[in-house]
Design a protein around this ligand. Structure first.
Ligand code: NAP
Ligand code: MG
Length: 488
């Protein structure tokens, strides 16, 4: 049912609650480590809780892998690599990967609900973006498994060995897919560590992998905290480390691997410039800006968190943006109408609130819509900061929340200089009606991905990755095979 509210500055629809059902979901009270094709108790004898950030309630207890558990997982992955996976004909490997993709599709509804409960993202996103994209990555790389000899002309690629893969909490199943699918297609075995606050869909993936009869130990999934990740990357039995997470931890990993023969790829933080030129389609651009920063509560490494508006259209865009923000629905992640769900953890909400204070202290003008946010759980209103200086922390540092810092510019040279004035270089966005301006800007912006007249669009066939302190190595597409292969 919908009713029309006059509470806001404009008429707006108010929707009755439309929560996705949880009846079909089975979440165990306790999850163990997935090693050697089985769920086994951790030798550390430790477990930790995973909670629902929208309610604060405990969902399940999760095993914490210690040093001995990491040792067991790496040993198992090594054995599976030398005895089974490396030797298996590529077309047979492809069948397993394809099977995983199919079962993710079959269990998509369940996975979407679990993802939203554990991480706080709106069901609309987990249902329409995360889970279908995760299945698509497995489908895509299943296709490459038996074509590697044709992928790189005049080269003979071979697998690397045991891959340690560490992922963050913002796209839990999707990041697991980005890591596992190309590694398996290239003939490697895997030890994956999901983030502490969002382990559940990785553990569901472990069930899927077991049910798909993947040979034991080809994929091992070990849950834990930062220390688990540290043991894993530093284990001498690991041949390759693939890490997605913060630049801080990425740098630490790079230091610790220096001088070793381990291969490394890093997908790190970002502070993307979203540039709107004066000939842009304004209404579409406003939708793009909203999607760029408020999608997934701004928990997106490539979020368009710095908005650059050409001066003569700035007023119009900001007014339309504020109007649009009045209609965003912040609340229950399981409600199909929710635009902005829960912030993933208390630590992340504290970090965002810290930056909201910094923004005010720096003297910037703040705007938040009049929307209500739930009294219980971890939530944050979408926020704009206007007239932000290039030197301000809000323009320089990654916040990883629904907070947008806005500046204006006059010339294209000026905006290129401002956009590139950051240690990061993951992504950027450009809105204009002029094709030549798109090509001009995208060739000068130092960012791994530049979206034109759209934002936050992904496809398994398209490579993704950073420049500068946003990391190196690519995931997705043909390029995404390279970090998992060695060439004679
Ligand atoms: P994080 O703190 O760096 O954690 C990432 C992962 O590393 C987690 O699994 C974490 O475990 C683990 N970890 C922590 N300390 C470690 C250590 N010393 N050695 C090895 N592993 C360690 O990052 P986050 O806060 O989870 O994620 C947010 C960051 O990820 C943002 O900066 C974002 O931009 C970036 N990100 C980048 C991309 C990309 O593609 N470039 C994609 C998504 C996210 P715990 O969870 O137990 O701490
Ligand atoms: Mg959780």
């Amino acid at each position: 049912m919908v009713s029309i509210s006059k509470n806001k500055s404009v008429f707006s629809w108010e929707y009755s609650p439309a929560p996705e059902s949880k009846d079909h979901i089975k979440i165990n009270d306790r999850y163990e480590l997935f090693i050697n094709g089985k769920f086994i108790k951790p030798q550390s004898k430790k477990h930790f809780d995973t909670i629902n950030p929208a309610t604060g309630e405990k969902i399940s207890e999760i095993a914490l892998a210690g040093e001995k558990d990491v040792e067991a997982a790496v040993k198992a992955a090594r054995e599976a690599y030398t005895k089974t996976w490396k030797k298996m004909p590529a077309k047979e490997r492809a069948k397993y990967i394809f099977r995983i993709a199919r079962v993710i599709q079959e269990r998509a509804r369940e996975l979407a609900v679990v993802e939203s409960i554990d991480g706080g993202k709106p069901i609309r996103e987990s249902r329409d973006f995360d889970i279908p994209q995760a299945a698509n990555h497995f489908f895509y790389y299943a296709g490459w498994a038996d074509k590697l000899d044709f992928a790189f002309p005049n080269k003979k690629p071979t697998s690397i060995g045991v891959c340690a893969q560490i992922i963050p909490w913002n796209f839990p199943l999707l990041m697991a897919a980005w890591k596992i699918a190309p590694a398996l297609a290239c003939g490697n075995t895997v030890v994956l560590k999901p983030a502490e606050t969002t382990p559940l869909t990785a553990l569901k993936l472990a069930e899927i992998i077991r049910d798909c009869d993947l040979p034991p130990s080809v994929v091992n999934i070990i849950t834990g905290d930062g220390s688990t990740g540290e043991f894993l990357v530093n284990h001498p039995g690991v041949d390759k480390v693939a890490f997605t997470g913060s630049t801080e931890v990425g740098k630490r990993i790079q230091h610790s691997l220096a001088g070793s023969s381990k291969k490394l790829s890093l997908e790190l933080g970002g502070k993307a410039a979203h540039i709107i030129l004066d000939d842009a389609p304004i209404d579409q651009a406003v939708e793009g800006i909203i999607n760029g920063i408020f999608f997934n509560q701004g928990h997106v490494c490539c979020a368009g968190s710095r908005l650059y508006l050409q001066e003569n259209i700035a007023y119009t865009v900001i007014e339309k943006l504020k109007h649009r923000m009045q209609h965003l629905i912040v609340g229950d992640p399981l409600d199909k109408n929710t635009d902005i769900g829960a912030i993933n953890s208390k630590a992340q909400l504290d970090k965002i609130n810290h930056y909201l204070n910094v923004g005010v202290e720096e003297g910037n003008e703040i705007f938040q819509p009049d929307c209500n946010i739930p009294a219980k759980g971890l939530f944050c209103k979408p926020t704009l900061f206007l007239n932000v200086a290039q030197s301000h922390k809000l323009m320089q540092e990654e916040i990883f929340g629904p907070v947008l810092a806005i500046q204006t510019f006059r010339t294209i040279d000026e905006v290129i200089e401002k956009a590139n004035n950051t240690p990061y270089g993951l992504s950027a966005g450009v809105w204009t009606n002029t094709g030549s301006r798109i090509f001009g800007l995208s060739s000068k912006l130092k960012a791994g991905v530049v979206w034109a007249n759209t934002y936050n669009k992904f496809d398994p066939t398209s490579p993704f990755g950073g420049f500068k302190e946003s990391g190196f190595g690519r995931e997705g597409g043909l390029h995404g095979l390279m970090p998992y292969l060695q060439f004679d």
